[in-house]
Design a protein. Structure first.
Ligand code: NAD
Length: 505
C-alpha cells in the first residue's frame, strides 16, 4: 500500500463520524446542534465532495455561549494561576495524544499538505504549554516607587472574550489565540471558520478531556455574517481577537463599537521579500520559494511580492522559474505533495481572477496560471509566477492568498524601500543581503510589523507577532498577548507622610 493510500484510509476512519453525525457547538460544557437545528454542508477541497453537516449557529446560540462564558468567568478568573497552568498542560497532553488524527483531519478539511499539517498538533500543544507556564505570573505588574507613595500595577483578566479564526491553518491559529486568553484567566467563545470547522471540534473534545470547567471555553460554528457578527456585538464579550481578512476586520470594528470592545486584529498582507545582489543566492532562493508556495500560499505571512535587484535578476528568475515548474502539486495526504488544493471553489475562482488581472495590466504569466483538472474535481491550481510586473498593478497590491508570486525589479536600496512600502498592508517583510548595515537601515525603513533578515518566517512564541497599516492592530506572543487579554490596574498607596491639600477649613 502506498503512503498516500495508508493516509487516506486512516483519514477516512477519522472523518467517518463527521460524515455520519452533525458537528455541533460546544456550549457550557455540553454538545448541542443549536436552538434551531439549522446546518450547512462541509465540502472537501480535495474533490468538493460532501464531508458532513455542521451546525449553523445563530444569535440565540451565540447568546447561550456568551452567557455560559460569563457565568464561568468569576471562578476561572479567581483560580490560582498555578491551577490554570496544570489544566492547560493537560489540554496540551490531550492535543498531543491526538496529533495524528488532528493532522489528517486538518489536512483533509483545509487542503494544506500533510507535510506541513503534521506540525499542527505539535504547534498547537506548544502554544498551550508556553502560555500555561506564564499563567502564574500573568497578574504581576510593576512596582513604581515615589518618595511618598508606592504604586503597584496589577493585571486582571478582561472578561469573556470572543475569538474568531480563519480557514488557512485553523487548528494552530485557534490555539494561538485561545491559549493566552485562558492562561490569563479569560473565558472564551470561539467561532471557527465555516470552510474548515472540523479541527475546532477536536479541540473542544480535548478541552473536555482535559477537565476544563464547563463554560470556560465555548465553541459555536456558523457563518461570519450571523454567528460571527452576533459574537462581536454581544454585551457580555469584553474583547474580540480576530484573525482574517482586512475587510472583515473593518466590519468587526464597526460591529463592536456600540459595546466599546477592545479589538485585536491579525489581518491580510502583501509581504515583500527583497533580494539584493549580494545575498546568499541559494539560501535566498530556497526561502523565496518556501515562503510563497508552502501552505498553498494561503498564509498571512507569505512573501507574495519578490523584489529582486537588477544585477542578479536574470539569473535568479531563471533559477526560480525552474523551481516553480518542479513544485509537486497533489493530494494533500500524499507525503510528497508540496502544494495541495485551495480551500474552496469560490477561493479558486478568486485566485484565478488574478490571471486576467495580470494579463489586462500587462504582466507576464511566466509559470502556471491554470487550473489543474487531471487531479480530479478538487480546487487544484498551478503554482504561478508573474514577471514584467510593476508596483501599482493589482497583482502587486492585492492579497491573492494562493500559490502565486509577483516578481518586481529594483535598482537600489531607495527604490526597494519605495516599492516595499507601496502597499496598504504592513504585516511582514523579508530582507536578503550580506550587508548588515543595509539590513539594519531597511528594518527601520520598511513599514511592517515583522521583519526577517536572511531568513524565512521563524516562529518564536515570546516575540511580538502582528502587523502595521491595514494588516492589523495589536500584537500576539509572550507578554504582548497578556496585555490584550488583561486590564492593567494601578494601585497607589501613600506612606502617610505627604501633605494633603486642605480646603474649607
Ligand atoms: P475572513 O475574514 O473571510 O473570515 C475569518 C473569520 O471571520 C471566519 O470565521 C468568518 O466566519 C468570520 N467572519 C466573516 N464575517 C464576519 C463578520 N461580519 N463578523 C464577525 N466575523 C466574521 O478570512 P478568511 O478568508 O477565513 O481567511 C483568510 C484571511 O485571513 C487572509 O486575509 C489572511 O491574510 C488572513 N490571516 C491573517 C493572519 C495574521 O496573523 N495576520 C493569519 C492567518 C490568516
Amino acid at each position: 500500500m502506498s503512503d498516500l493510500a495508508k493516509n487516506q484510509s486512516l483519514a477516512s476512519k477519522y472523518l467517518e463520524r463527521f460524515k455520519q453525525n452533525t458537528t455541533g457547538h460546544y456550549i457550557g460544557g455540553e454538545w448541542t446542534i443549536g436552538m434551531q437545528g439549522k446546518t450547512f454542508d462541509n465540502s472537501s477541497p480535495i474533490d468538493n465532495h460532501y464531508m458532513g453537516k455542521i451546525a449553523e449557529g445563530d444569535s440565540a446560540d451565540i447568546d447561550a455561549a456568551c452567557l455560559a462564558a460569563a457565568k464561568a468567568f468569576p471562578a476561572w478568573r479567581d483560580m490560582p494561576g498555578a491551577a490554570r497552568k496544570k489544566i492547560l498542560h493537560k489540554f496540551a497532553d490531550e492535543i498531543e495524544k491526538r496529533a495524528e488524527e488532528i493532522a489528517l483531519v486538518e489536512s483533509s478539511d483545509c487542503g494544506q499538505p500533510l507535510r506541513f499539517m503534521r506540525q499542527a498538533a505539535v504547534r498547537g500543544a506548544a502554544n498551550f504549554r508556553f502560555f500555561a507556564d506564564k499563567a502564574p505570573e500573568a497578574r504581576d505588574g510593576q512596582t513604581l516607587l515615589q518618595p511618598e507613595h508606592t504604586n503597584i500595577t496589577l493585571r486582571t483578566p478582561i472578561g469573556p472574550v470572543g475569538v474568531i479564526t480563519p480557514w488557512n491553518t485553523p487548528f494552530m491559529l485557534a490555539t494561538w489565540k485561545i491559549a493566552p486568553a485562558l492562561a490569563s484567566g479569560c473565558t472564551v467563545v470561539h467561532k471557527p471558520a465555516e470552510f474548515s470547522p472540523l479541527s475546532a471540534a477536536i479541540l473542544a473534545e480535548a478541552a473536555e478531556a482535559a477537565g476544563l470547567p464547563a463554560g470556560v471555553w465555548n465553541m459555536v460554528n456558523g457563518m461570519g455574517e450571523e454567528a460571527g457578527k452576533s459574537l462581536t456585538e454581544h454585551p457580555a464579550i469584553k474583547a474580540v481577537a480576530f484573525v482574517g481578512e482586512t475587510t472583515t476586520g473593518s466590519k468587526i470594528m464597526v460591529q463592536a463599537a456600540p459595546t466599546l470592545k477592545r479589538v485585536h486584529f491579525e489581518l491580510g498582507g502583501k509581504n515583500p521579500v527583497i533580494v539584493f545582489d549580494d545575498a546568499d543566492f541559494e539560501r535566498a532562493l530556497d526561502a523565496v520559494v518556501f515562503m510563497i508556495y508552502s501552505l498553498n500560499g494561503q498564509r498571512c505571512t507569505s512573501s507574495s511580492r519578490l523584489l529582486i535587484q537588477s544585477g542578479i535578476r536574470d539569473k535568479f528568475m531563471s533559477a526560480l522559474e525552474n523551481r516553480v515548474r518542479k513544485l509537486r502539486v497533489g493530494h494533500p495526504l500524499d507525503p510528497d505533495t508540496e502544494v495541495g488544493p485551495l480551500i474552496h471553489s469560490s477561493h479558486l475562482d478568486k485566485v484565478m481572477s488574478y490571471m486576467d488581472a495580470a494579463r489586462e495590466q500587462g504582466a507576464t504569466i511566466t509559470v502556471g496560471g491554470e487550473r489543474i483538472t487531471d487531479l480530479g474535481d478538487g480546487n487544484y491550481f498551478q503554482p504561478t509566477l508573474f514577471s514584467d510586473a510593476t508596483s501599482n498593478m493589482r497583482i502587486a497590491q492585492e492579497e491573492i492568498f494562493g500559490p502565486v508570486l509577483t516578481a518586481l525589479t529594483f535598482e537600489d536600496e531607495a527604490e526597494a524601500i519605495a516599492i516595499a512600502n507601496n502597499t496598504d498592508y504592513g504585516l511582514a517583510a523579508y530582507i536578503w543581503t550580506n550587508d548588515h548595515a543595509r539590513a539594519m537601515r531597511l528594518s527601520q525603513a520598511v513599514d511592517a510589523g515583522m521583519l526577517w533578515i536572511n531568513s524565512e518566517n521563524n516562529r518564536n512564541l515570546p516575540s511580538p507577532f502582528g502587523g502595521t497599516k491595514m494588516s492589523g492592530i495589536g500584537r500576539d506572543g509572550g507578554d504582548y498577548s497578556f496585555e490584550f487579554y488583561m486590564e492593567t490596574r494601578n494601585v497607589c498607596m501613600a506612606h502617610g507622610t505627604h501633605k494633603i491639600p486642605v480646603l474649607g477649613k
